[in-house]
Design a protein around this ligand. Structure first.
Ligand code: FAD
Length: 425
Protein backbone atom coordinates (compact mmCIF):
# COMPACT_ATOMS: atom_id res chain seq x y z
CA UNK A 1 0.00 0.00 0.00
CA UNK A 2 1.50 3.44 -0.91
CA UNK A 3 2.58 5.59 2.06
CA UNK A 4 0.10 8.29 3.12
CA UNK A 5 0.82 11.84 1.94
CA UNK A 6 -0.60 13.34 5.16
CA UNK A 7 -1.64 12.18 8.61
CA UNK A 8 -5.02 13.88 8.27
CA UNK A 9 -6.96 15.29 5.33
CA UNK A 10 -9.90 17.53 6.17
CA UNK A 11 -12.47 18.20 3.42
CA UNK A 12 -14.07 21.62 3.97
CA UNK A 13 -12.73 24.73 5.70
CA UNK A 14 -16.05 25.65 7.35
CA UNK A 15 -16.40 25.66 11.13
CA UNK A 16 -16.55 21.83 11.40
CA UNK A 17 -13.28 21.44 9.47
CA UNK A 18 -11.67 24.32 11.35
CA UNK A 19 -12.76 22.94 14.73
CA UNK A 20 -11.07 19.65 13.91
CA UNK A 21 -7.92 21.34 12.59
CA UNK A 22 -7.52 23.55 15.68
CA UNK A 23 -7.99 20.61 18.04
CA UNK A 24 -5.64 18.29 16.16
CA UNK A 25 -2.89 20.86 15.63
CA UNK A 26 -3.04 22.00 19.24
CA UNK A 27 -3.07 18.54 20.82
CA UNK A 28 -0.58 16.94 18.47
CA UNK A 29 1.58 19.60 16.73
CA UNK A 30 3.64 17.07 14.77
CA UNK A 31 0.64 15.83 12.73
CA UNK A 32 0.73 16.73 9.04
CA UNK A 33 -2.71 18.14 8.19
CA UNK A 34 -4.13 19.19 4.82
CA UNK A 35 -7.39 21.14 4.50
CA UNK A 36 -9.10 21.14 1.09
CA UNK A 37 -11.92 23.44 -0.04
CA UNK A 38 -13.52 23.96 -3.41
CA UNK A 39 -13.89 27.69 -2.65
CA UNK A 40 -11.21 30.30 -2.03
CA UNK A 41 -12.74 31.01 1.37
CA UNK A 42 -15.21 28.87 3.30
CA UNK A 43 -18.68 29.56 2.00
CA UNK A 44 -21.12 28.93 4.86
CA UNK A 45 -22.29 30.98 7.82
CA UNK A 46 -18.81 31.79 9.06
CA UNK A 47 -18.52 34.01 5.98
CA UNK A 48 -22.19 35.06 5.77
CA UNK A 49 -23.36 36.99 8.82
CA UNK A 50 -21.46 34.87 11.35
CA UNK A 51 -23.84 34.87 14.26
CA UNK A 52 -22.55 32.59 17.00
CA UNK A 53 -24.79 30.88 19.56
CA UNK A 54 -23.12 29.58 22.68
CA UNK A 55 -26.09 27.88 24.37
CA UNK A 56 -27.13 24.26 23.80
CA UNK A 57 -29.21 23.11 21.87
CA UNK A 58 -28.99 26.06 19.43
CA UNK A 59 -26.83 25.01 16.49
CA UNK A 60 -26.65 21.37 17.58
CA UNK A 61 -28.50 18.37 16.14
CA UNK A 62 -29.92 17.13 19.43
CA UNK A 63 -30.04 13.41 18.51
CA UNK A 64 -26.23 13.35 18.27
CA UNK A 65 -25.55 15.42 21.39
CA UNK A 66 -26.12 15.54 25.08
CA UNK A 67 -26.27 18.84 26.85
CA UNK A 68 -23.18 17.83 28.92
CA UNK A 69 -21.12 17.06 25.82
CA UNK A 70 -22.02 20.38 24.22
CA UNK A 71 -21.34 22.29 27.44
CA UNK A 72 -17.90 20.68 27.67
CA UNK A 73 -16.96 21.73 24.14
CA UNK A 74 -18.57 25.17 23.80
CA UNK A 75 -15.90 26.90 25.95
CA UNK A 76 -13.27 25.37 23.64
CA UNK A 77 -15.09 26.85 20.62
CA UNK A 78 -15.30 30.18 22.40
CA UNK A 79 -11.60 30.22 23.25
CA UNK A 80 -10.68 30.16 19.55
CA UNK A 81 -13.46 32.34 18.08
CA UNK A 82 -13.19 34.92 20.92
CA UNK A 83 -16.73 36.26 20.54
CA UNK A 84 -17.99 39.59 21.93
CA UNK A 85 -21.14 38.33 23.69
CA UNK A 86 -24.17 40.58 23.27
CA UNK A 87 -26.18 41.87 26.20
CA UNK A 88 -29.90 41.13 26.55
CA UNK A 89 -32.61 43.22 28.21
CA UNK A 90 -36.24 42.81 29.33
CA UNK A 91 -36.22 39.08 28.71
CA UNK A 92 -38.71 38.44 31.52
CA UNK A 93 -41.31 40.70 29.93
CA UNK A 94 -41.23 38.82 26.60
CA UNK A 95 -40.94 35.49 28.35
CA UNK A 96 -44.10 36.05 30.42
CA UNK A 97 -46.07 37.03 27.31
CA UNK A 98 -44.72 33.98 25.47
CA UNK A 99 -45.49 31.50 28.24
CA UNK A 100 -49.13 32.57 28.34
CA UNK A 101 -49.39 31.36 24.72
CA UNK A 102 -47.51 28.11 25.19
CA UNK A 103 -44.42 29.60 23.52
CA UNK A 104 -40.89 29.27 24.91
CA UNK A 105 -38.30 32.03 24.66
CA UNK A 106 -34.79 30.62 24.98
CA UNK A 107 -32.06 32.63 26.65
CA UNK A 108 -29.06 32.20 24.35
CA UNK A 109 -25.52 33.62 24.66
CA UNK A 110 -24.89 35.23 21.28
CA UNK A 111 -22.27 37.10 19.34
CA UNK A 112 -22.51 38.65 15.88
CA UNK A 113 -19.61 39.46 13.59
CA UNK A 114 -21.39 40.64 10.40
CA UNK A 115 -20.71 39.77 6.78
CA UNK A 116 -18.35 42.71 6.26
CA UNK A 117 -16.08 41.66 9.16
CA UNK A 118 -16.26 37.88 8.90
CA UNK A 119 -13.38 37.70 6.39
CA UNK A 120 -11.11 39.28 9.00
CA UNK A 121 -12.05 36.56 11.48
CA UNK A 122 -11.61 33.78 8.90
CA UNK A 123 -8.22 35.13 7.86
CA UNK A 124 -7.08 35.21 11.49
CA UNK A 125 -8.14 31.58 11.91
CA UNK A 126 -6.39 30.46 8.70
CA UNK A 127 -3.22 32.39 9.59
CA UNK A 128 -3.18 30.80 13.02
CA UNK A 129 -3.51 27.31 11.52
CA UNK A 130 -0.88 28.03 8.86
CA UNK A 131 1.42 29.16 11.69
CA UNK A 132 0.96 25.71 13.23
CA UNK A 133 1.97 24.07 9.95
CA UNK A 134 -1.51 23.17 8.64
CA UNK A 135 -1.50 23.17 4.83
CA UNK A 136 -4.31 24.38 2.57
CA UNK A 137 -5.42 23.37 -0.90
CA UNK A 138 -8.10 25.87 -1.92
CA UNK A 139 -10.29 26.04 -5.01
CA UNK A 140 -9.95 22.29 -5.45
CA UNK A 141 -13.01 20.05 -5.25
CA UNK A 142 -12.93 16.63 -3.64
CA UNK A 143 -14.86 14.27 -5.91
CA UNK A 144 -14.57 11.03 -3.92
CA UNK A 145 -13.36 9.46 -0.69
CA UNK A 146 -11.98 5.97 -0.23
CA UNK A 147 -11.22 3.80 2.77
CA UNK A 148 -10.56 0.19 1.83
CA UNK A 149 -7.85 -2.43 1.50
CA UNK A 150 -6.01 -0.06 -0.86
CA UNK A 151 -5.78 2.65 1.83
CA UNK A 152 -7.56 5.84 2.84
CA UNK A 153 -7.75 9.16 1.06
CA UNK A 154 -9.55 11.45 -1.35
CA UNK A 155 -9.72 12.01 -5.09
CA UNK A 156 -9.64 15.63 -6.14
CA UNK A 157 -10.89 17.29 -9.33
CA UNK A 158 -8.52 16.40 -12.13
CA UNK A 159 -8.28 12.85 -10.78
CA UNK A 160 -5.33 13.27 -8.40
CA UNK A 161 -5.30 10.88 -5.43
CA UNK A 162 -4.21 12.11 -2.00
CA UNK A 163 -3.68 9.55 0.77
CA UNK A 164 -3.97 10.05 4.51
CA UNK A 165 -4.12 8.01 7.69
CA UNK A 166 -7.49 9.59 8.52
CA UNK A 167 -9.98 11.70 6.59
CA UNK A 168 -12.50 14.12 8.11
CA UNK A 169 -15.29 15.06 5.71
CA UNK A 170 -17.05 18.35 6.54
CA UNK A 171 -18.61 19.68 3.32
CA UNK A 172 -21.58 21.56 4.85
CA UNK A 173 -25.09 21.79 3.46
CA UNK A 174 -23.99 22.56 -0.06
CA UNK A 175 -22.01 19.32 0.00
CA UNK A 176 -25.03 17.13 0.75
CA UNK A 177 -25.16 15.52 -2.70
CA UNK A 178 -21.41 14.86 -2.67
CA UNK A 179 -21.73 13.34 0.78
CA UNK A 180 -24.66 11.13 -0.18
CA UNK A 181 -22.84 9.86 -3.27
CA UNK A 182 -19.71 9.14 -1.23
CA UNK A 183 -21.74 7.30 1.42
CA UNK A 184 -23.54 5.23 -1.19
CA UNK A 185 -20.28 4.27 -2.87
CA UNK A 186 -18.61 3.43 0.46
CA UNK A 187 -21.61 1.37 1.61
CA UNK A 188 -22.36 3.66 4.57
CA UNK A 189 -26.02 3.63 5.50
CA UNK A 190 -27.64 6.98 6.21
CA UNK A 191 -30.99 8.50 6.93
CA UNK A 192 -32.26 11.73 5.53
CA UNK A 193 -35.67 12.05 7.14
CA UNK A 194 -35.83 15.58 8.52
CA UNK A 195 -36.23 18.89 6.75
CA UNK A 196 -36.96 22.42 7.97
CA UNK A 197 -39.32 24.40 5.75
CA UNK A 198 -40.50 27.94 6.27
CA UNK A 199 -40.63 31.59 5.37
CA UNK A 200 -38.30 34.52 5.91
CA UNK A 201 -40.01 37.52 7.40
CA UNK A 202 -38.81 41.04 6.64
CA UNK A 203 -40.23 44.04 8.41
CA UNK A 204 -39.32 47.48 9.67
CA UNK A 205 -37.33 47.66 12.87
CA UNK A 206 -40.24 49.59 14.48
CA UNK A 207 -42.47 46.53 13.95
CA UNK A 208 -40.08 44.14 15.71
CA UNK A 209 -38.28 46.22 18.36
CA UNK A 210 -37.42 43.16 20.46
CA UNK A 211 -34.15 43.02 18.49
CA UNK A 212 -32.98 46.08 20.43
CA UNK A 213 -33.22 43.93 23.57
CA UNK A 214 -32.21 40.53 22.22
CA UNK A 215 -30.24 40.32 18.96
CA UNK A 216 -31.54 36.96 17.71
CA UNK A 217 -34.56 36.04 19.87
CA UNK A 218 -35.20 32.30 19.81
CA UNK A 219 -38.91 31.54 20.15
CA UNK A 220 -40.15 27.95 20.05
CA UNK A 221 -43.84 27.67 19.10
CA UNK A 222 -46.16 24.66 19.14
CA UNK A 223 -46.20 22.39 16.06
CA UNK A 224 -42.40 22.39 15.67
CA UNK A 225 -42.16 26.02 14.50
CA UNK A 226 -39.32 28.28 15.65
CA UNK A 227 -37.75 31.65 14.89
CA UNK A 228 -34.30 31.32 13.38
CA UNK A 229 -31.43 33.57 12.31
CA UNK A 230 -32.71 37.07 13.09
CA UNK A 231 -30.79 39.92 11.49
CA UNK A 232 -30.94 43.64 12.20
CA UNK A 233 -28.70 46.69 11.95
CA UNK A 234 -27.92 46.68 8.26
CA UNK A 235 -29.95 43.57 7.41
CA UNK A 236 -30.75 42.05 4.04
CA UNK A 237 -32.59 39.02 2.71
CA UNK A 238 -30.39 37.13 0.25
CA UNK A 239 -30.65 34.29 -2.26
CA UNK A 240 -28.93 30.97 -1.71
CA UNK A 241 -28.47 29.44 -5.18
CA UNK A 242 -28.67 25.70 -5.84
CA UNK A 243 -28.78 23.78 -9.07
CA UNK A 244 -32.24 24.48 -10.53
CA UNK A 245 -33.66 26.70 -7.77
CA UNK A 246 -32.92 29.42 -5.22
CA UNK A 247 -33.80 29.58 -1.53
CA UNK A 248 -33.91 32.67 0.68
CA UNK A 249 -31.75 33.39 3.68
CA UNK A 250 -30.70 36.50 5.58
CA UNK A 251 -27.67 38.25 6.94
CA UNK A 252 -26.53 41.55 8.43
CA UNK A 253 -23.44 43.71 8.36
CA UNK A 254 -21.45 44.46 11.49
CA UNK A 255 -22.32 47.20 13.96
CA UNK A 256 -19.67 49.39 12.28
CA UNK A 257 -22.09 49.95 9.36
CA UNK A 258 -25.07 52.31 9.25
CA UNK A 259 -28.42 50.57 9.86
CA UNK A 260 -31.15 50.27 7.22
CA UNK A 261 -34.03 50.06 9.75
CA UNK A 262 -35.01 46.56 8.59
CA UNK A 263 -35.17 43.25 10.42
CA UNK A 264 -35.41 39.79 8.93
CA UNK A 265 -35.75 36.36 10.46
CA UNK A 266 -36.94 32.90 9.49
CA UNK A 267 -39.93 31.00 10.85
CA UNK A 268 -39.16 27.36 10.22
CA UNK A 269 -41.18 24.22 10.77
CA UNK A 270 -39.31 20.98 11.35
CA UNK A 271 -40.80 18.07 9.43
CA UNK A 272 -39.95 14.48 10.29
CA UNK A 273 -40.73 12.20 7.36
CA UNK A 274 -41.94 8.64 7.68
CA UNK A 275 -42.03 5.77 5.19
CA UNK A 276 -42.81 5.70 2.32
CA UNK A 277 -41.59 9.33 1.99
CA UNK A 278 -38.15 9.24 3.48
CA UNK A 279 -35.88 11.81 1.87
CA UNK A 280 -35.89 15.29 3.37
CA UNK A 281 -33.59 16.37 0.59
CA UNK A 282 -35.98 15.16 -2.09
CA UNK A 283 -38.91 16.87 -0.41
CA UNK A 284 -36.90 20.10 -0.18
CA UNK A 285 -36.07 19.94 -3.88
CA UNK A 286 -39.75 19.35 -4.82
CA UNK A 287 -41.00 22.23 -2.67
CA UNK A 288 -38.25 24.62 -3.77
CA UNK A 289 -38.73 23.74 -7.44
CA UNK A 290 -42.49 24.33 -7.20
CA UNK A 291 -42.02 27.74 -5.58
CA UNK A 292 -39.36 28.77 -8.11
CA UNK A 293 -41.58 27.54 -10.95
CA UNK A 294 -44.48 29.70 -9.75
CA UNK A 295 -42.05 32.58 -9.24
CA UNK A 296 -40.75 32.38 -12.82
CA UNK A 297 -37.35 31.11 -11.69
CA UNK A 298 -37.18 33.01 -8.40
CA UNK A 299 -38.56 32.65 -4.85
CA UNK A 300 -41.85 34.34 -3.95
CA UNK A 301 -42.66 37.30 -1.73
CA UNK A 302 -46.02 38.45 -0.41
CA UNK A 303 -47.06 41.32 1.87
CA UNK A 304 -48.89 40.24 5.03
CA UNK A 305 -51.69 42.69 4.13
CA UNK A 306 -52.35 40.79 0.89
CA UNK A 307 -51.96 37.38 2.52
CA UNK A 308 -54.59 38.28 5.13
CA UNK A 309 -57.03 39.34 2.44
CA UNK A 310 -56.39 36.08 0.59
CA UNK A 311 -55.08 37.87 -2.51
CA UNK A 312 -51.74 37.61 -4.22
CA UNK A 313 -49.21 40.43 -4.18
CA UNK A 314 -48.37 41.72 -7.62
CA UNK A 315 -45.53 43.91 -8.82
CA UNK A 316 -48.15 46.70 -9.12
CA UNK A 317 -49.62 46.35 -5.63
CA UNK A 318 -46.40 45.58 -3.81
CA UNK A 319 -45.70 49.23 -3.02
CA UNK A 320 -49.16 50.53 -2.14
CA UNK A 321 -49.34 53.24 0.53
CA UNK A 322 -49.41 50.91 3.55
CA UNK A 323 -46.48 48.97 2.16
CA UNK A 324 -43.93 51.46 3.29
CA UNK A 325 -40.55 49.87 2.65
CA UNK A 326 -39.09 48.22 -0.45
CA UNK A 327 -37.99 44.58 -0.22
CA UNK A 328 -34.26 44.14 0.32
CA UNK A 329 -34.40 41.08 -1.96
CA UNK A 330 -36.88 41.82 -4.75
CA UNK A 331 -38.02 38.41 -5.95
CA UNK A 332 -41.40 37.60 -7.52
CA UNK A 333 -44.50 39.13 -5.90
CA UNK A 334 -47.07 36.35 -5.70
CA UNK A 335 -49.18 34.08 -3.54
CA UNK A 336 -47.47 31.89 -0.98
CA UNK A 337 -50.70 29.92 -0.64
CA UNK A 338 -50.04 28.34 -4.03
CA UNK A 339 -46.61 27.08 -3.05
CA UNK A 340 -46.48 26.31 0.68
CA UNK A 341 -48.15 23.04 1.76
CA UNK A 342 -51.32 23.90 3.70
CA UNK A 343 -50.28 22.31 6.98
CA UNK A 344 -46.93 24.10 7.01
CA UNK A 345 -48.57 27.44 6.19
CA UNK A 346 -51.21 26.95 8.88
CA UNK A 347 -48.64 26.25 11.57
CA UNK A 348 -46.40 29.13 10.50
CA UNK A 349 -49.31 31.58 10.37
CA UNK A 350 -50.43 30.46 13.81
CA UNK A 351 -46.89 31.09 15.09
CA UNK A 352 -46.89 34.54 13.49
CA UNK A 353 -50.12 35.47 15.24
CA UNK A 354 -48.64 34.40 18.56
CA UNK A 355 -45.47 36.34 17.81
CA UNK A 356 -47.57 39.42 17.08
CA UNK A 357 -49.09 39.12 20.55
CA UNK A 358 -45.65 38.83 22.15
CA UNK A 359 -44.07 41.59 20.03
CA UNK A 360 -47.03 43.63 18.72
CA UNK A 361 -46.40 45.00 15.25
CA UNK A 362 -44.81 42.16 13.40
CA UNK A 363 -48.04 41.46 11.50
CA UNK A 364 -48.13 44.98 10.04
CA UNK A 365 -49.58 44.84 6.49
CA UNK A 366 -46.22 45.88 5.04
CA UNK A 367 -44.36 42.89 6.54
CA UNK A 368 -43.03 40.66 3.77
CA UNK A 369 -43.03 36.86 3.80
CA UNK A 370 -40.43 35.32 1.47
CA UNK A 371 -40.58 31.63 0.51
CA UNK A 372 -38.89 29.15 0.36
CA UNK A 373 -36.40 29.06 3.20
CA UNK A 374 -35.44 25.41 3.58
CA UNK A 375 -32.67 23.76 5.59
CA UNK A 376 -31.45 20.49 4.10
CA UNK A 377 -28.83 19.20 6.45
CA UNK A 378 -29.98 15.84 7.48
CA UNK A 379 -27.79 13.23 5.80
CA UNK A 380 -27.31 11.35 9.00
CA UNK A 381 -24.81 8.55 8.50
CA UNK A 382 -24.89 5.50 10.78
CA UNK A 383 -21.99 6.52 13.02
CA UNK A 384 -19.72 3.78 14.37
CA UNK A 385 -18.78 5.70 17.51
CA UNK A 386 -19.49 8.93 19.34
CA UNK A 387 -16.75 10.68 17.36
CA UNK A 388 -18.71 10.58 14.11
CA UNK A 389 -16.60 7.83 12.56
CA UNK A 390 -18.32 6.21 9.56
CA UNK A 391 -15.69 3.68 8.46
CA UNK A 392 -12.32 2.50 9.78
CA UNK A 393 -10.54 5.82 9.06
CA UNK A 394 -13.18 8.28 7.88
CA UNK A 395 -15.21 10.75 9.98
CA UNK A 396 -18.17 12.86 8.76
CA UNK A 397 -19.12 16.01 10.63
CA UNK A 398 -20.93 19.33 10.39
CA UNK A 399 -24.20 20.41 8.83
CA UNK A 400 -23.76 18.12 5.82
CA UNK A 401 -23.57 15.04 8.04
CA UNK A 402 -26.41 16.20 10.29
CA UNK A 403 -24.26 16.65 13.42
CA UNK A 404 -24.90 20.40 13.62
CA UNK A 405 -27.15 23.24 12.56
CA UNK A 406 -24.95 26.24 13.12
CA UNK A 407 -21.41 27.52 13.45
CA UNK A 408 -20.73 26.60 17.07
CA UNK A 409 -22.32 23.14 16.80
CA UNK A 410 -20.32 22.47 13.64
CA UNK A 411 -17.09 23.59 15.32
CA UNK A 412 -17.82 21.39 18.35
CA UNK A 413 -18.53 18.44 16.01
CA UNK A 414 -15.09 18.93 14.46
CA UNK A 415 -13.52 18.85 17.91
CA UNK A 416 -15.33 15.58 18.68
CA UNK A 417 -13.99 13.95 15.52
CA UNK A 418 -10.49 15.21 16.32
CA UNK A 419 -10.73 13.78 19.83
CA UNK A 420 -11.73 10.43 18.34
CA UNK A 421 -8.69 10.44 16.04
CA UNK A 422 -6.35 11.42 18.87
CA UNK A 423 -7.75 8.66 21.11
CA UNK A 424 -7.30 5.98 18.44
CA UNK A 425 -3.77 7.06 17.45
C1 FAD B 1 -26.12 32.34 3.96
C2 FAD B 1 -25.93 31.58 5.24
C3 FAD B 1 -25.87 32.27 6.44
C4 FAD B 1 -25.70 31.56 7.64
N1 FAD B 1 -25.59 32.25 8.79
C5 FAD B 1 -25.31 31.59 9.94
C6 FAD B 1 -25.08 32.31 11.13
O1 FAD B 1 -25.10 33.53 11.16
N2 FAD B 1 -24.85 31.61 12.27
C7 FAD B 1 -24.80 30.23 12.29
O2 FAD B 1 -24.56 29.64 13.35
N3 FAD B 1 -25.00 29.54 11.15
C8 FAD B 1 -25.25 30.18 9.99
N4 FAD B 1 -25.44 29.48 8.84
C9 FAD B 1 -25.33 28.04 8.93
C10 FAD B 1 -23.85 27.71 8.94
O3 FAD B 1 -23.31 28.08 7.71
C11 FAD B 1 -23.59 26.25 9.15
O4 FAD B 1 -24.27 25.78 10.28
C12 FAD B 1 -22.11 25.98 9.33
O5 FAD B 1 -21.33 26.75 8.46
C13 FAD B 1 -21.85 24.52 9.09
O6 FAD B 1 -20.49 24.31 9.11
P1 FAD B 1 -19.83 23.18 8.21
O7 FAD B 1 -18.37 23.26 8.48
O8 FAD B 1 -20.54 21.91 8.44
O9 FAD B 1 -20.13 23.58 6.70
P2 FAD B 1 -19.77 24.88 5.83
O10 FAD B 1 -19.54 26.05 6.69
O11 FAD B 1 -20.81 24.95 4.78
O12 FAD B 1 -18.38 24.51 5.19
C14 FAD B 1 -18.26 23.46 4.26
C15 FAD B 1 -17.11 23.79 3.34
O13 FAD B 1 -16.86 22.62 2.53
C16 FAD B 1 -16.59 23.03 1.21
N5 FAD B 1 -16.95 21.91 0.33
C17 FAD B 1 -18.18 21.36 0.10
N6 FAD B 1 -18.09 20.32 -0.72
C18 FAD B 1 -16.78 20.21 -1.04
C19 FAD B 1 -16.06 19.32 -1.88
N7 FAD B 1 -16.67 18.34 -2.55
N8 FAD B 1 -14.73 19.50 -2.00
C20 FAD B 1 -14.09 20.49 -1.32
N9 FAD B 1 -14.72 21.36 -0.50
C21 FAD B 1 -16.05 21.21 -0.37
C22 FAD B 1 -17.48 24.26 1.00
O14 FAD B 1 -16.95 25.07 -0.01
C23 FAD B 1 -17.44 24.91 2.37
O15 FAD B 1 -16.47 25.91 2.46
C24 FAD B 1 -25.62 30.15 7.63
C25 FAD B 1 -25.68 29.46 6.42
C26 FAD B 1 -25.82 30.17 5.23
C27 FAD B 1 -25.86 29.40 3.95
Amino acid sequence: MPAPDYDIIIVGTGPAGLGAAFQLSESSPSLSILMIDRERICSGGLLNDCKQNYTYPIGFAADNWTSEEAKRLLPMVESVLQPAIKEKHNLEVYRRRAERLGVTLLDVRQAHVGTDRSRVLIQRLLDELAGRGVQFMLEREVTDIFDDAGGTGVIISGGETLRARKVIVAPGRKGFSFLQQAMERMGITYIDNVVDVGVRIETRLDNYPIVNDYYDPKFHFPDGVRTFCTNSGHARVVLERYQGFSLVNGHALSEDQAGNDLVNFALLKTIGLKAPVRSGQQMAVFLATLANEIGGGKPLMQRVGDFRMGKRSTAGTFNEDLYNFPPSCPVTAGDLGLAVPAKIMRHIWSAMKKLDTIVPGVLHPSTIMYYPEIKMYANKPAFLDRHFRVSENVYMVGDGAGTSRGITGAWASGIRAAEGILQRS
